[in-house]
Write a protein that binds this ligand. Structure first.
Ligand SMILES: *Cc1c(COP(=O)(O)O)cnc(C)c1O
Length: 437
């Protein structure tokens, strides 16, 4: 299948080109040329299929033309070696727990899939050059990408993170791995890290010498696989006889996760509507209200993985609905919450239901509480394990939170990082000297 650019000024790309390049030459985002609805028979029997089987059917619709059955099956099955269970929280409200992967956040699904797909293309082409993945992180993306790509042959990952600005647990998740993962500790902010990565992609001499690519949710190989768990959530609800009139609430930052859900709906998955739950960074909410999209500088909140003032996947949402504000508003409602409201929701849900939300999931849950209509069933995506935001959550509920064994294991590792300044000169020099061709 071919991929076009949302700016429509670049030539069509193959899947392989779209994955290796990440961004189209005209700076647009790649979109699959067609979104194939899945047959009714699939929906009729979906509740008898496993997560991996469901995901394979979805993956086949996107990637089946480009990857042989066995290879694709292997990529999907190997990616999803953990469950995303649906857990009841309140009357008619369920949590889709996406935090049972290696770094306890939903980004594991996309990162693992992308690593395996890229690894497949490298082997198939017999590529001699190393693919260097550059990723700037404020915490969660770096750990998911580093762990997803760990040990994949032909790929080296450079994680750039702001010194002193990520939590201890997050830092351990990408500085202790070794092998093909290098952590660069930048004397600067997250924005500085992002600027370094962008400058590297623009630098002609570097790109001439090295194969460089990104691994954030602009990459189709990272964002499309997130559609898998929407189908699986539906299957789980169907088993409970609760799948009619389904509303899905998605804690949103860069809007990759919710866009994957919109793709699922386009493939025929019976989701009545979505809610994009935001923290104070509410440009999408304002767009729904006014019809105007006005990017803002991001505001720091306790749901910090959603501190995004100009969501990169917004152009994909526009493209999907032919830029129609009314079509978008029909399919997606908005919600926006302050830190105070997030705290209140975590505390209240713990007290009333003994369910511990993380600050991101709390936005999703509250949006359902406030918007669900009689006869509807709501699912919110619980995007990270609450222990990843230990201090915040313990502060709110006033008692210690148990740290899952997977997280504790990271804490035991020894941190190894390379300190660099925030000037591009220094970063370029480092890559020229140490990166593999
Ligand atoms: C990345 C992230 C989000 C936001 O997801 P998008 O796809 O960027 O909208 C929400 N919650 C958590 C915990 C995250 O790590």
């Amino acid at each position: 299948m071919n991929y076009y650019s949302t700016n429509r000024q670049a030539p069509m790309a193959s899947l392989e080109e779209a994955v290796v390049k990440g961004l189209a030459a005209d700076k647009g985002l790649f979109m699959p040329e067609s979104i194939r609805p899945l047959p009714q028979a699939f929906y009729d029997t979906i509740d008898s299929l496993s997560f991996q089987e469901i995901a394979y059917h979805v993956a086949d619709a996107f990637f089946g033309e480009d990857i042989p059955v066995d290879a694709l099956k292997h990529i999907v099955y190997d990616t999803l070696n953990f469950d995303t269970p649906l857990v009841p929280v309140d009357k008619d409200i369920y949590s889709l727990e996406l935090f049972h992967g290696p770094t306890l956040a939903f980004k594991d699904v996309g990162a693992r899939f992308m690593a395996r797909l890229l690894g497949y293309f490298i082997r198939k082409e017999g590529m001699q050059q190393t693919v260097n993945v550059l990723v700037a992180t404020s915490g969660d993306t770096g750990s998911a990408v580093a762990n997803g790509f760990l040990g994949v042959e032909g790929i080296h990952v450079y994680v750039l993170y702001p010194k002193g600005k990520v939590s201890k647990i997050q830092e351990k998740q990408f500085t202790t791995l070794g092998q093909n993962i290098t952590a660069l500790e930048v004397a600067g902010t997250f924005d500085d890290c992002q600027a370094l990565v962008k400058a590297a992609f623009m630098d002609q001499r570097l790109n001439h010498r090295f194969v460089l690519t990104s691994a954030n949710s602009i990459n189709v190989a990272r964002f499309l696989p997130q559609a898998f768990y929407y189908f699986y959530a539906y299957a789980q609800l169907k088993r409970l006889g609760k799948a009619d009139n389904l509303v899905v609430s998605v804690p949103s930052g860069n809007f990759g996760n919710i866009t994957a859900g919109l793709f699922a709906k386009r493939m025929g998955l019976p989701i009545r509507r979505f809610i994009a739950a935001n923290n104070r960074n509410d440009v999408f909410y304002q767009y729904l209200r006014t019809g105007q999209y006005t990017p803002q500088p991001s505001i720091a909140t306790i749901a910090n993985a959603m501190d995004v003032g100009d969501p990169s996947n917004f152009v994909r949402v526009l493209d999907l609905y032919c830029r129609s504000h009314s079509a978008i508003s029909t399919n997606i409602a908005g919600a926006t919450y302050t830190n105070e409201q997030i705290r209140e929701t975590v505390a209240d849900t713990w007290k009333r239901h003994h369910y511990l939300l993380d600050p991101h999931g709390a936005c999703g849950y509250r949006a359902l509480q406030e918007n669900l209509r009689p006869g509807e069933t709501g699912i919110f995506l619980e995007t990270a394990h609450p222990a990843k935001f230990l201090r915040t959550v313990e502060d709110i509920i006033g008692q210690p939170v148990e740290i899952p064994a997977k997280l504790q294991a990271f804490m035991k590792g020894e941190k190894k990082s390379i300190r660099i300044g925030k000037s591009f000169e220094e970063f370029r020099h480092y890559l020229r000297k140490h990166a593999s061709k």
